[in-house]
Design a protein around this ligand. Sequence first.
Ligand code: UN1
Length: 488
Amino acid sequence: MSSLASPTAELAKPAQNLIGGEWQEVRGHDTYEDRSPSDPSLMVGIVPLSTDDDAVAAIAAAAGAAPEWAALPAAARGAILNRAAGVIERDQERIATLMSREMGKPLREARGETLRAAAILRFFGAEGQRPTGARWEQSASGAPVYTVRRPLGVIALITPWNFPLAIPTWKLAPALAYGNTAILKLAQPAPLTGLELARALDEAGLPAGVLNVLLGSGSRVGPVLIDHPQVDAISFTGSETVGHGIRDRATVLGKKVQLELGGQNPLIVMDDAPLTRAAGAAVAGAFWSAGQKCTATRRILVHERVYDAFLETLREQTGRAVVGDAEDAATEVGPLVSEAQLDDVVAGIDRGRGEAQLLAGGERLDRTGWFVAPTIFADAAPDAFLSCEEIFGPVTTVSRVGDLDEAIARANDVRFGLSASIFTGSIATAHAFAARAQAGMLHINSQTAGAEIHVPFGGIKSSAWGPHEQGTAAVEFYTDQITVYEDA
Ligand code: UN1
């Protein structure tokens, strides 16, 4: 804790935007208090609400810096990303502690997320050493025809609070690596963690204007970012409603849009599954970080032959999950990010009580902070609210299924398609699941959450729009592909 304590004077000063290479006060006077969800009496910082004028200034700075940044060799851009990775690694413990305090992510996971951000920067830092296109021969002459990638220009990155460092990084690192400049809008409930990414890049020598950071409310500055003619593309992670609104508005303007939205992720437990491991994955997927992941396990579909045995181990493991202050290294289930989020989750649980049987939890915890007990409902009907909608908290459902066909049909019977898991000892069952489950990320014998940095990440159906993110997929969104016919 002491590593973070800021002098009172510094706390009293509002955080700043980064625009055109300068840390600037916002062009308005409204601020809010950023408090710790584990203990709301603990102030983390004072954050200003950016205005339309701040957004316009950020866009102008990004547009001004774009030509020179795009003209640098990719390896030179990558060297800056690599140096920023080193800064994050050096400051790992301080950043992880800030993340835990500000967002309520348990320290164990916050440490992992911090290192994940550094690894993402290193992956994209090496893009300058990888192929940028393919080369063929023209049919009649044998002369070359090849593809190249070009940056899009200025990209707005609108990021959520639940991965307050990793998601800004996995949008920003490819945006910059491929030669774009960016405006990064950090989420209102946990923006100070994301500012650490900007600080690291600043320290690493990123030229002025290449990255511009806006604090404050998305509903305030979002419309400016979406509508402004100098913004070429928008990448957004967050709710389905907001995401679809951004898509509908931006695509009409001819902009490229990438959305990562919600999930209603199933985990299937077959009768040949290792039950203890499957229950461990269900607990981790449903309850770690208090279920505040779009990849969290919302529905557990269990073969009827092992239902009772699975339920027993699930309840037992849920009972053992360590709920506590996010900054305690032993904590597995921390608080919800804010009181508003707590109210939403409690309202979802109350609605669930009317449609399914409550097996565990179901209450706000009687302690300081925005805590809800890990909650399990049984036998929610396929069309129940609990089965169809995303409650963004430590809430999951468990249901009986008769066979694999029924499990896959139930798994697919939602409008979302982000991630899905199966636990089975059978290769044939696993392959049938891999062929038929409707989700962008499928897990065989592992939990629904979690993502490797070097592989594509993204959903299908209503969980996403546009190209996938991360790893080898990121180039599709952040560049245009151009084909060059080269005759002498
Ligand atoms: C993960 O499961 O580690 O907002 C990543 C989210 C997702 C990221 C999940 N876009 O929760």
